[in-house]
Design a protein around this ligand. Structure first.
Ligand code: ATP
Length: 811
């Protein structure tokens, strides 16, 4: 298959990662790959006739230096992979030695290395445009001609709903366009029959997260990072001067950025296009809400306005006007900050590297599997599952949101958004406002909240959300400091609404963590439960929290105090809690790893060819190393699950030698090897580094870097914060449900069922509660990790994208 990829509409972070993944996966699956510069405009312009014959096909790939150890078989593979200069498109001029000028060429054949290192770049390196010509049939006829001339009949489009609609129009019209080209004598009958159908697949590149039927669009997480960074910075000034800030963020028809920024940034009030304030006077509603916050002692006020926000009569709500209202009515010193294009750009966050990579690979599979009768697919994501959905259904639903807004049917608009959107909105109201919805007194609960194990990003955000939920519903949130050890020392206190206000953006653990298990003295722990009248327990932490829950549930046989709802919310950078695909903190640590590796890679290629052996934490769980390798484009990854042996190391050294031999002359390249700290007790990072240094000879040097505790991250990532709020509120709802069931039993003989001690998990496309005893069967208790983790196959994938299996003849 000859496939091409283009980026279209507004640029977004992660588009380069999509191009990289599609090109690499395409080549690995035997396709010829092309990029189209400047979106649909490039497709229409095509390649100038005189230059058309000069494809990259003939660009010399110098194989003369390949080390003698590389066998014939892998040499052929190298030819197929078309390793080339690797910088063909970076500056758009193609003026490097060994590359051809791109002038007059919009459809460019690319090789494996042409997209190397594209991960870390924001925007789109192949350019994007809004093409008027492509909107005309004439333009599309020319585009079809240009594609057929190159032999291409499979197209990946990464853009917004407009771009995907354009792709679908193009595909449905294709047979007619081919017929017309043949009738005009521009293509032969043979070509017409060879290219009778066009295959397309869409990927959504949009910072607004405005596409229906997918949880996230490419670029939206990075934009959210930019906004949260701004809010975190503004927070300190706002607090110092007791000021109010009104932030305008992007989102013409979709309030996702404003909503998630509101949730993750701990804002006081938000304005979204699809959910205007409900009262007749939003000014009163906002002022009452903020006045209440100020009355309880809040020193800062953050209001977020989506650029497309309106009132219920569709009258735009503008940041300047919001500022005037706050100044005039509440006398607040108020400033406006419009984030504008700063939200769009910058280095992609970890999620905008992993998601486009997985989706790009899925896009190639979808093209290879496509038949003429299938609808065109859009690649999306639901929780943690990459999905294919009929492209036009997703576009139609997206449009329906805008239409519902225009028709002032806001309920309908909200109903078309994915369930997470609605949950986030409720999460915002629950955690940001002082509004009370107290339950009848007998249903109110004393909830103990505890952090366990090592700190992880999002722990404090989860606690903040639980505390605010408790206060809203009339429960009593009790902090247990320093885990079970702290409980034994009566280190507990009641938490307040204001007391947790700033916890959203705080890293570490405000409650303090401890690894002591309740088995240290189960009887004493039970008596402390009784003494403090705990009626429910929320544990936020990693494998220790799971282990503790096992012990407490078993302890129910002997201690009535444990016959209460007990939940575990997984939070650990190791992501080693069984059965859940994500834990709080895993996104923060992935971002810390990506930041560190970007800097290391830069330094590694600054002077001469250098391999960096980067050691990660993670205990005996290879999650952070594996997904980190995928997110940073590391060449090799070593995990405790797979271990290390001499045969593999020998092949890996050969791979690195071959790889450096194939690099463009005169360029220095940095490469990463990511190794989990427990991958091997013998082949340590130090041994590996010395070995690579020795073997690299004149080809490459080696250094090591241990990321250690930096991976626990400073400030939690926005996704960890948002996920913390969502999951924490679900935990509280679970506790209420289970408590209500227990209320039906006589107090003295209350017997909590086993499934009232459970862990909230993310499994593929859904959230699931797993009773703790059921989880035990899925746990490798000795190595403190789950069995069969979802990311195990990603090691091979990451190394494939670096070319390892092909270069050592392993695939
Ligand atoms: P963003 O979300 O950033 O606005 P988008 O993909 O929705 O991205 P648009 O400007 O709507 O951006 O579309 C990008 C390009 O897609 C257009 O310039 C045009 O070339 C093509 N396109 C959009 N709609 C159509 C259509 N109905 N028919 C043909 N081409 C279209």
């Amino acid at each position: 298959m000859k496939l091409a990829i283009l980026t279209s509409g507004g640029d977004s972070a992660g588009m380069n990662a999509v191009v990289r993944a599609v090109v690499k996966a395409g080549i690995l699956k035997g396709c010829e790959t092309w990029v189209v510069r400047e979106g649909y405009e490039g497709l229409v312009r095509g390649n100038t006739e005189a230059l058309a014959e000069q494809s990259l096909d003939e660009a010399p790939v110098d194989l003369s230096d390949i080390s003698a150890s590389t066998d014939r078989n892998s040499n052929n593979l190298i030819h197929n992979l078309r390793f080339g200069d690797g910088d063909l498109l970076k500056d758009g001029t193609g003026d490097h030695p060994g590359t051809r000028s791109l002038k007059g060429r919009y459809i460019v054949r690319v090789g494996f290395d042409d997209v190397r290192g594209w991960f870390a770049e924001g925007g789109t390196l192949i350019g994007t445009a809004r093409s008027k010509t492509f909107r005309t049939q004439e333009g599309r006829l020319q585009a079809a001609y240009n594609m057929i001339k190159e032999g291409i009949d499979a197209l990946v489009v990464c853009g917004g709903d407009g771009s995907l609609t354009g792709a679908d129009v193009f595909r449905s019209e294709w047979p007619k366009l081919v017929e017309a080209l043949h009738a005009e004598g521009r293509i032969t009958a043979e070509k017409a029959s060879l290219h009778a159908h066009l295959k397309i697949v869409g990927l959504v590149g949009s910072i607004d997260n405005d596409m229906s039927m997918t949880d996230l669009t490419i670029g939206a997480p990075t934009a959210l990072h930019r906004i949260c960074e701004a809010i975190d910075n503004i927070n300190s000034t706002a607090s110092s001067h007791s000021r109010a800030f009104v932030l305008e963020v992007m989102g013409r028809h979709c309030g996702w950025l404003a909503l998630l920024a509101g949730v993750s940034g701990g804002a006081d009030f938000i304005f979204l296009p699809e959910r205007p304030p409900t009262s007749d006077s939003w000014e009163n509603e906002m002022c009452e809400c903020i006045h209440r916050h100020r009355e309880v002692g809040k020193r800062k006020t953050i209001v977020i306005v989506a650029e497309g926000a309106t009132d219920r009569d569709l009258k735009p709500i503008k940041a300047e006007y919001v500022k005037d209202v706050l100044t005039d009515r509440l006398g607040l010193d108020t400033r406006v900050t419009t984030l504008g294009h700063t939200q769009r750009g910058g280095r992609p966050c970890a999620y905008d590297r992993v998601l486009p990579t997985m989706q790009g690979i899925e896009a190639v599979d979808a093209l290879l599997e496509a038949t003429h009768n299938d609808p065109s697919y859009m690649i999306g994501i639901q929780e943690n599952k990459i999905i294919r959905v009929p492209l036009m259904e997703a576009v139609a639903m997206t449009r329906a949101v805008s239409e519902a807004i225009e028709a002032k049917d806001f309920e309908k608009a909200m109903s078309y958004r994915d369930p997470e959107f609605k949950e986030s909105f409720i999460g915002f109201l629950t955690t940001s406002t002082l509004e009370q919805k107290k339950l009848p007194s007998e249903q109110r609960i004393r909830v103990a909240i505890m952090h366990m194990g090592a700190p992880a990003g999002g722990m404090n955000a989860a606690t903040r959300a639980a505390v605010r939920y408790c206060i809203r519903h009339g429960h009593t949130p009790i902090a247990v400091h320093n885990g079970f050890r702290g409980l034994l020392d009566d280190n507990i206190h009641e938490l307040s609404w204001l007391g947790v206000d700033a916890w959203m953006s705080r890293g570490g653990s405000e409650l303090g963590t401890n690894r002591t298990l309740p088995s240290v003295d189960l009887g004493a722990i039970a008596s402390k439960f009784q003494q403090h009248q705990f009626q429910a327990l929320l544990m936020i932490g990693g494998f220790e929290a799971f282990n503790s829950l096992v012990i407490l549930e078993e302890g129910r046989k002997h201690y009535p105090a444990f016959h209460i709802p007990m939940v575990h919310l997984p939070a650990t950078i190791s992501n080693n809690v069984p059965m859940t695909e994500w834990s709080l903190g895993s996104d923060t640590s992935l971002n810390a790893l990506v930041d560190a590796c970007d800097a290391i890679k830069q330094s590694a290629s600054a002077s001469r060819n250098r391999v960096f052996v980067v050691e990660t934490q993670g205990g005996k769980c290879g999650y952070i190393a594996t997904v980190g390798a995928l997110a940073t484009g590391a060449s090799l990854v070593y995990t405790p699950e797979q271990g290390m042996d001499l045969d593999t190391l020998r092949r890996d050294v050969r791979f690195l030698k071959t790889r450096y031999t194939l690099d463009a002359k005169g360029r220095s390249e940095g490469r990463l090897v990511i190794k989990n700290e427990a991958a091997s007790g013998v082949y340590t990072a130090d041994v590996m580094t010395k070995m690579l240094k020795e073997e690299g000879g004149s080809l490459f040097d080696a250094r090591s870097a241990s990321l250690g505790h930096t991976l626990q991250g400073g400030v939690p990532s926005p996704l960890d914060r948002a996920r913390a709020v969502r999951l924490s509120l679900k935990c509280m709802a679970f506790i209420e449900r289970e408590h209500a069931k227990l209320l039906q039993q006589p107090v003295k003989t209350r017997h909590a069922p086993p499934d009232s001690a459970a862990i909230i998990t993310i499994q593929s496309s859904s959230l699931k509660w797993v009773p703790v005893q059921e989880m035990v069967a899925h746990a490798d208790m000795e190595n403190r990790r789950g069995k069969n983790p979802w990311w195990e196959g990603l090691k091979e994938l990451a190394e494939s994208l670096a070319g390892r299996p092909q270069l050592v003849g392993l695939h």
